[in-house]
Ligand binder design. Structure first.
Ligand code: XMP
Length: 530
């Protein structure tokens, strides 16, 4: 369970909400709140996450087809626990409470919730006693995912209890006359096999929401909006090869064609062939005007002798901006800057539609005061997997669409405890290439959040190769699974795969004589080594 976020209400409803039916998820701070909105969208209904205390006026203004109250970390009886405003239940809009959302609803309507000694966490068995409208067509016995301590033991007066589980006498209830529905379990997680069906029943049969929304329709709408915003103006985009900036750039190119120029700064800290792939996709396939700057020497010159991680990051960030700025000036000062901001970034940073004009240094770090851009952010309404779908729709190559996250300072922060120089970068690039190649061949690339190598820069270890004693580099393999990089687990790569990776690295890269595996989760470790 995590602390509640500070989700703000955007000043303007997003474009998708103006042309599609919408269901709002009110966030009580639950760890799965974002996931609920994603699942609703997967059902074809546009959805946004708003704070549980969103003004009623705002809810009315949005005219959602339904409301979903999320789970939350608190007990309904805890001091300061967010209470449910009863008025939300009287707007004539169907409401589905999930976990905490259901308990808050039950409490507000005169049902009974007790703080239980025993919690119910993980998989649980649900017994449906009455199908009602919400659970119609579902089996009487099914498994579901629970994560709660407080328990509802009496449904509100006038409502019907629909199901129970071992620890929850009332695990689901409804009062269709008042448009009120509650479930104790989490339909949004994959461990509740009928979860999507339950959400669909709520959205379709109960809310009557149109199910026609999809990420591709957002693309069309965004292209129209970009044209409206930019008019005949010039646009610049810093392309990194990551999926967010790539999809954003392609959308803008579809909208305004050659008014867009992409700038790809190769700082020499990219992985093998990465720069070439970006240039090939954008310049050759999509015919996007692209300035590719080979700035390796500049970066390496400034990184000479630097070992302190934050200093390295600062130098790389500053130098990046300097190069980007030089190119912007050469392009005769474009007015608009494309950013691949995603909906999850918007939520994490407290929401809001964002000021239309910002000083660019807030985003790309340190441009001079006189260089101001107006932002073009066509992915602000999309989750990452939705942005990927748009990428596929636009014809972006698989390799770019499914690229694992790669940090801005690149391999610069993966040579640790020693100087970043050309020889070490070369070695790390080769090791990384072997790792990615083997992981892709094993079909595991997409399952991993990130997989990469770390090179302890000044460390040499002894080995014996042939009849000779060697002092070589040790390469660290780091592979993690994660949903959002906030927490991560080390990936259990098969032993035979690890063996192939290690022997290829040692055989194919002369200076490597040892390969080790990082088995630290986050927390306590971080994903990167510095
Ligand atoms: P950590 O190491 O903090 O990383 O667990 C979490 C995620 O952030 C990425 N990361 C960075 N990305 N600049 C970036 O653009 C950075 O300096 C940086 N440091 C870490 C990391 O790859 C992981 O996905």
């Amino acid at each position: 369970m995590e602390a509640a976020r500070a989700v703000r209400v955007p000043d303007e409803p997003p474009a998708a909400a103006q042309t599609n039916d919408e269901v709002l998820v009110l966030d009580f701070g639950g760890q799965y709140s974002q996931l609920i909105a994603r699942r609703v969208r997967e059902c074809g209904v546009f959805s946004e996450l708003l704070p549980h205390h969103v003004p009623l006026e705002e809810v009315r203004r949005r005219r959602p087809r339904g409301l979903i109250l999320s789970g939350g970390p608190a007990s309904v009886y805890a001091d300061g626990a967010p209470a449910l405003r009863e008025e939300l239940l009287g707007l004539g809009i169907p409401v589905l409470g999930i976990c905490y959302g259901m308990q808050a609803m039950v409490l507000a309507l005169g049902g009974k919730v007790r703080g239980a000694e025993v919690g119910e966490f993980g998989r649980s068995q649900l017994t449906v006693t009455e199908h009602g409208r919400l659970l119609e067509g579902l089996p009487a016995q099914q498994s579901c995912w629970m994560s709660h301590r407080d328990t509802v033991y009496e449904a509100p007066p006038g409502a019907t209890a629909l199901a129970s589980s071992t620890e929850s006498p009332v695990a689901a209830f409804e009062d269709p006359g008042r448009g009120i529905y509650g479930i104790q379990f989490h339909p949004e997680v994959v461990h509740t096999p009928y979860g999507t069906q339950i959400l669909e029943r709520f959205l379709d049969h109960i809310c009557g929401a149109g199910m026609g929304w999809n990420a591709a329709s957002v693309a069309e709408e965004q292209i129209r909006r970009i044209r409206e915003q930019v008019g005949g103006g010039r646009v610049i985009c810093g392309l990194s090869g990551g999926v967010d900036s790539s999809v954003a750039a392609l959308l803008v190119h579809r909208a305004v064609g050659d008014q867009l120029t992409c700038v790809f700064v190769d700082h020499g800290l990219m992985r093998k062939n990465e720069g070439d792939q970006v240039v090939a996709a954008f310049r050759d396939t999509f015919k996007v005007p692209l300035v590719a700057v080979d700035a390796e020497d500049r970066f390496l010159e400034r990184l000479k002798g630097v070992t302190e991680p934050e200093t390295k990051r600062k130098i790389i960030g500053e130098e990046f901006i300097r190069v980007f700025e030089e190119e912007a000036v050469k392009l005769d000062g474009p007015k608009y800057l494309v950013q691949g901001t995603l909906y999850s970034d918007v939520i994490e940073s407290g929401g809001g539609t964002g000021a239309a004009t910002i000083k660019s240094h807030h985003n790309v770090g340190g441009l001079p005061e006189d260089l101001e851009f107006e932002l073009v952010e066509p992915l602000r309404e999309l989750f990452k997997d939705e942005a990927r779908r748009v990428g596929v729709e636009l014809g972006l190559p698989e390799r770019l669409v499914w690229r694992q996250p790669f940090p801005g300072p690149g391999l610069g922060i993966r040579i640790v405890g020693g100087e970043v120089n050309k020889e070490r970068l070369e070695l790390l690039r080769d090791a990384d290439f072997v790792l990615q190649d083997e992981i892709r061949r094993a079909g595991l690339y997409r399952e991993l959040w990130q997989s990469f190598c770390v090179l302890p820069g000044d460390l040499r270890t002894v080995g014996v190769q042939g009849d000779e004693r060697t002092y070589g580099y040790a390469v660290v393999i780091r592979a993690v699974t994660s949903d959002d990089a906030m927490t991560a687990d080390w990936a259990r790569l098969p032993y035979d795969l690890l063996e192939r990776i290690a022997s290829r690295m040692i055989n194919e890269i002369r200076q490597v004589n040892r390969v080790v595996l990082d088995i630290t989760s986050k927390p306590p470790g971080t994903i990167e080594w510095e």
